[in-house]
Write a protein of this length. Structure first.
Length: 104
């Protein structure tokens, strides 16, 4: 009989535990938002801006590591010149980074 009384919840403490649990969940969500979600949204926005600002003549590096110069550009694809007589057609999403026009 004593065991049942020891396991029963104490009156008056439930409200405080609920409030501290809610505060902890809020703090965890805030940490996730500022450490993971917000920087990821910022990177996605910068990538979208990079892909929309591509122009003919820009030097780029693909996500596979191929360096080239944009020879032509369509809505979803890019014609990339990687040597004198070699051009390849890739998706815009395949562009990893854009280099300045002056650098090689």
């Amino acid at each position: 009989m004593e065991l049942l009384f020891a396991m029963a919840p104490q009156g008056g403490e439930g409200g405080g535990q609920l409030m501290s649990t809610l505060i902890m969940f809020g703090a965890i969500f805030a940490i996730f938002y500022f450490m993971i979600i917000r920087p990821q949204q910022r990177r996605a926005k910068e990538r979208t801006k990079l892909l929309s600002n591509l122009e003919k003549g820009d030097k780029v590096v693909t996500s596979g590591g191929i360096h080239g110069v944009i020879a032509g550009i369509d809505e979803k694809t890019v014609l990339l010149q990687i040597s004198e007589n070699t051009k390849i057609k890739i998706d815009r999403s395949g562009i990893g980074t854009a280099l300045s026009k002056e650098s090689k």
